[in-house]
Write a protein that binds this ligand. Sequence first.
Ligand code: UT7
Length: 320
Amino acid sequence: MTVKILGTGSYVPDKVVTNEDLAQIVDTSDEWISSRTGIKERRISEGEGTSQLAIKAAEAALLQSGVRAEEIDIIILGTSTPDKCFPNGACEVQGAIGAVNAVAYDISAACSGFIYALNTVYAFFESGIYKKALVIGCDVLSKLVDWEDRGTCVLFGDGAGAAVVEAEEGDGFHMLMGSDGKKSAAMECISRTCGNFITGKRPEIGYMTMDGQEIFKFAVKKVPECVEQLLQESSVDKEDVQAFILHQANYRIVESIAKRMKLPIERFPMNIEKYGNTSGGTIPILLDELNREGKFQKGDRIVLAGFGAGLTWGAALLQW
Ligand code: UT7
């Protein structure tokens, strides 16, 4: 069984925050942010929550796919910034779009969220349990960022991407995922989870913390390993892959991965300069942009790969 993409969609908030804008808030500069990360600007929510962004991306994907919401069997939202502890964001999407026959839930895997969600859907397709799915990656990290910490606040943005996918006969889809909980402290955010009945401690609201260099080293080592293993297991030559759509965290990470894989950087499209790191949103937003620009031909092989807090990582090979 394979995964056929029937439609894609994405949505980012209207508010553009440039590097110059951030230099008014923290001790940073456009020169530092651009040269270290490739980011020029990002979109920041002015009140729209994760579910609202996800709903707009989902509606765009459904419209392009021609699939009616009632036909969707399962909705999985990859997010680590749900608006509420419960209900989950996927249920809010389900309610808004009228996907009355779907089961809906979130997957929390930080920047690997979309890949984890897509690969989980594939497992349901393989088993024959479900046939049509809506997969979403969405985060509103501006909710969790300490806007006084220049080490993190310049990196992130808000956004959502979605794909409507269908099970189809064939073997064009392959996947790989991994996690390393021993390195969980490299990037974390405590939030609402540490209230205690016995001690009377009230829940704390925490900001995101990150060891940037640890994540950088992990990404440039693990992602090429993961992608090369995936291609080997799928018996697909890397030269036959038209596009490697990687998580957009830092253009230097993408460049370094291309170099390690001995592939031209042109095969690694990027849009980080416009949106920064939208966590679970980066891969499906880029996929949607390329799709809408008509960059994919039927039969093209595309690799999607993500990495992030957890630590988590994963990749998917699909055929357009
Ligand atoms: O989805 C996964 C999410 N996480 C990531 O993607 C993070 C991956 N890591 C990275 O992208 C990079 O490590 C960063 C962009 C976060 C940092 O780049 P770096 O080249 O590793 O810089 P650094 O942490 O070594 O910092 C270099 C200097 C330091 O100053 P000193 O100690 O050399 O005086 C920092 O204090 O840059 C300073 N610095 C800044 N300066 C201006 C850190 N942040 C900023 C800033 N503006 N925003």
